[in-house]
Design a binder for this molecule. Structure first.
Ligand SMILES: Nc1ncnc2c1ncn2[C@@H]1O[C@H](COP(=O)(O)OP(=O)(O)OP(=O)(O)O)[C@@H](O)[C@H]1O
Length: 465
């Protein structure tokens, strides 16, 4: 089976995972809306992150900060000065591109092995590469680019009734800064001692030059970020710890080893304040793409906020009787990107036919904890609706269930397979007598008879994560 992005986009729209944004008005470039199944899948992904990174984690607590922040935040974080991408125009067709991405794509398409990541190149290095390899415009194929200039990715707007410079505010380009500015507040109110972490899930905005690849790169997206504060000197150990923890989280939710890789940044690519950065990449149908950036950010962020705000952000270690600025390990994951990875990883077309009777079953093999619909409740006949509805009412107290009484039972099983429902419960005429139902497993397609009274206990273990 060939898994292409076109197929994933089409299936996502047809089944109710993701629709193009503002579609009845012709859309708005690269905006997407999550549909009835997409919202469940994305919420489940965010819940799975929160569960492992916050709820079950002895070190970490959560916050939910404002999107609009005092603009000094962005002076301190460096985003106003330096959060930009290298922009280049084609003088012939007037399309605009990210120079680094053109080079990466050109190298990948032509089998050129780049010695270092383009992320760490200077503008001159990029221009030289484009000239040397005669890289064409991806749109029109000509060779007439402008110089490269830096384009700031921050979205700007105004707060209040007057649109002047002093009322300018920015939509946050990452959730992390809300955590840093609240470091002291959270430390005080949670009474946490170093090492501890603060996590947040929320929207971020970047005016990306070339959004694309479906929900992989959009201008409005959600992030799940953890800032883990530790004692200087213990940071590399914690960096290794969180690198492994993130990897294990993906594996435990069904991402396979061979569709994932950990890529360590080389020294030229490393941000000047970082002691180590690893990207966890996933093999999307369009190639490898970053899912998760895990970085040892040293004391850069707290140090900058301390300097610009004039507030003391040091931590007092009462065991050692000393004050220091904690170091930070940041694992930063895109919610939309990882949802896309789960969609791509779970999609399958299985040949379950015979030469006489060809049959292909399309199925999403989601981890049960992520599946948008957990249980399909199917009465064998509409005559059994009254009793089957009681089973639906019982199960839907705990699980997102779907009730379907239309079409043959075989077709209904297939419909549930197509949206990744891990279990179907069929209520048949025998159920009236024996008070049992048939439970069918999506992956093995095996069926077993379970007493209705025991369904809650039966399912309790099935969705564990
Ligand atoms: N435009 C975007 N759309 C969707 N998710 C994004 C976008 N930008 C960043 N993310 C997610 O947030 C995470 C952390 O952001 P970070 O700033 O490290 O990304 P980045 O290195 O700038 O990403 P890229 O190189 O792909 O632009 C990324 O790993 C990704 O999952």
């Amino acid at each position: 089976m060939e898994k292409t992005m076109d197929k994933i986009v089409q299936v996502a729209k047809a089944r109710g995972f993701v629709y193009p944004g503002s579609e009845i008005y012709g859309g708005l470039a690269n905006t997407w809306d999550y549909g009835n199944l997409g919202v469940e899948l994305k919420n489940n992904v965010k819940r799975a992150w929160w569960k492992k990174f916050i709820q079950e984690n002895p070190y970490n607590v959560g916050v939910d900060c404002a999107i609009l922040m005092n603009p000094q935040t962005w002076v301190a974080s460096g985003h106003l000065g330096g959060f930009s991408d290298p922009l280049m125009d084609c003088k012939e067709c007037h399309e605009r591109f990210r120079a680094d991405k053109i080079i990466e794509d050109f190298a990948q398409d032509n089998g050129i092995e780049l010695e270092t990541s383009v992320d760490g190149w200077t503008n001159e290095q990029m221009v030289d590469f484009i000239k040397e390899h005669n890289v064409p415009c991806p749109s029109c194929g000509k060779h007439n680019f402008t110089d490269i200039r830096q384009f700031n990715l921050m979205f700007k707007t105004f707060q209040g009734v007057t649109e002047d410079a002093k009322n300018t505010v920015y939509l946050r380009p990452e959730t992390a800064q809300g955590i840093f500015v609240n470091f002291k507040n959270v430390q005080r109110t949670s009474r946490k001692k170093i090492p501890f972490g603060i996590g947040q899930v929320g929207k971020s905005f970047r005016n990306e030059i070339t959004p694309g690849n479906f929900t992989f790169r959009t201008r409005e997206f959600e992030q799940m970020e953890l800032e883990f504060f530790c004692e200087p000197g213990t940071d590399l150990e914690w960096f290794k710890y969180w690198r492994g923890f993130c990897r294990d989280w993906l594996i435990s939710l069904g991402i396979k080893e061979d569709e994932m890789r950990l890529r360590d940044h080389d020294p030229a690519e490393l941000a000047f304040y970082s002691k180590g950065t690893t990207d966890i990449e996933f093999l999307f149908p369009f190639g490898w793409g970053e899912l998760w950036g895990i970085a040892d950010r040293t004391d850069y962020d707290l140090g900058r906020h301390q300097e610009v705000s004039g507030q003391d952000l040091t931590y007092f270690d009462d065991q050692k009787n000393e004050k220091y600025l904690p170091y930070v390990i940041e694992p930063s994951l895109g919610a939309d990107r990882v949802v896309l990875a789960f969609l791509c990883a779970a999609y399958d077309e299985e040949d379950i036919g015979t030469p006489e009777k060809p049959d292909v079953r399309t199925v999403f093999h989601f981890h049960p904890a992520l599946a948008p619909v957990k249980i399909g409740v199917l009465p064998l006949s509409k005559k059994l609706n009254e009793s089957a509805e009681k089973v639906f009412a019982q199960l839907s107290k705990t699980y997102n269930c779907e009730y379907d009484d239309r079409g043959t039972i075989g077709k209904r099983y297939r419909r549930q397979d197509e949206i990744g429902t891990p279990f179907c419960v069929t209520y048949d005429f025998d159920s009236e007598e024996d008070h049992c139902v048939t439970v069918r497993d999506r992956d093995t397609m095996e069926q077993e008879r379970i007493a209705i009274d025991e369904l809650d206990a039966y399912f309790a273990k099935k969705f564990e994560f």
